[in-house]
Write a new protein. Structure first.
Length: 361
């Protein structure tokens, strides 16, 4: 507590510093909330203090302009009658609608309405993407952003080293946040972040399938080591499931059919969502996937999860699984092959046996 008291305009929640400042009474008509609050996206007190001071200075400058709009122009009596008009002589902030909100407030509106029941990654994506805009262009009202701001934002993303596909995701999130907040506020808004040109293929590498010989080596190593991490690899290798789908499975999701065959029920769970509604499916377990499923079911454990090590909290830790298994695979698969490569391998294997495309999908 003493740490935040000594740093003006900040408070800490779950270890993250937030900016908070009361809107002056005479300016509350310009805002939808009496207080401005948003994440500073850092756990460092030193960085938080610098960012909070910058935000406070920006607000002081903008509030000065708001107060001047209805007041008398300083030095107006000294203007020449034939000189500049008062409109030309007055340096004011861009005119914004009374319905407009700051981008930081727009993020709050978006997450409050659209973020209910969504995973923490959804919230982080919105905060991070719009945070990039604020870092590059400042925290402005939505209708104060211009195409020049959007282009500057693009250039800042390129300078960060983001690939074309990552920039597409970031721009998509920013457009979603700004469009939704503008709609909620009834703001007539032409989004400057739409139609921004950049090379969408820059830094994007082709997805590399696992070659047949490397697939055999990896699966042989899975049988040799015979532990839960290798069961997960084997399960994904002969099903093409997404890693998160497999890592978040319960033992009950592995179903034994009347004829003795096995299949996996891929369904959403509170601890692991699916990427799309169409991701719900039943996946036959054959080959090494069946071996892995049998090993999972044979374990004597009180956990309902197929892979307890990645389900110790209220959310499946697929990132930890990806990092560990991708590192392990490097010894046995060509460069560029990852756990996700098994999905591309499965598509190629199905195409090779002339499987109909609707079944492949």
């Amino acid at each position: 507590m003493s740490e935040t008291i000594s740093r003006p305009f900040t408070f800490v929640k779950d270890g993250i510093f937030y900016f908070s400042r009361r809107v002056p009474n005479e300016l509350k008509s310009h805002y939808t909330s009496p207080r401005i609050a948003f994440s500073l996206r850092t756990r460092s007190a030193r960085i938080a203090e610098a960012r909070a001071r910058k935000a406070a200075d920006q607000l002081d400058e903008y509030w000065y302009h708001l107060r001047c709009q209805d007041g008398k122009l300083p030095g107006k009596h000294m203007l020449r009658e034939q000189g500049l008009s008062s409109a030309e002589a007055t340096a004011q902030a861009p005119v914004v609608s009374s319905a407009s909100v700051l981008l930081s407030e727009a993020v709050g509106i978006y997450l409050q309405q659209k973020g209910k029941g969504r995973p923490v990654t959804f919230h982080r994506a919105a905060e991070r993407s719009c945070g990039y805009v604020i870092d590059a262009c400042g925290d402005k009202h939505l209708d104060a952003y211009t195409k020049a701001d959007a282009n500057a934002f693009r250039d800042a993303l390129i300078a960060r080293g983001l690939s074309g596909s990552s920039m597409t995701r970031v721009f998509g999130t920013v457009r979603a946040v700004t469009n939704f907040a503008a709609s909620e506020q009834g703001l007539d808004f032409t989004n400057p972040f739409a139609g921004v040109y950049y090379d969408r293929t820059a830094g994007v590498s082709d997805r590399t399938p696992v070659p047949a010989d490397a697939l055999a080596v990896v699966q042989a190593q899975c049988r040799s080591l015979d532990d839960d991490m290798r069961w997960l690899v084997a399960l994904v290798s002969d099903t093409g499931m997404r890693l998160a789908e497999a890592a978040g499975m319960t033992r009950d999701d592995i179903v034994r059919n009347n004829d003795g065959s096995l299949h996996a029920r891929v369904r959403p769970h509170p601890w692991r969502r699916l990427k799309t509604k169409g991701s719900e499916r039943d996946v036959p377990l054959e080959g090494e996937a069946r071996w892995a499923a049998e090993r999972i079911l044979a374990q004597q454990t009180e956990s309902r999860f197929a892979f307890p090590r990645y389900n110790k909290t209220d959310a499946t830790n697929a990132n930890a699984a990806s990092a560990a298994l991708n590192k392990w695979m490097k010894e046995y698969a060509p460069a560029g092959c990852t756990m996700h490569s098994f999905r591309h391998s499965m598509r190629e294997r199905l195409r090779a046996v002339e499987c109909p495309s609707d079944i492949v999908d």
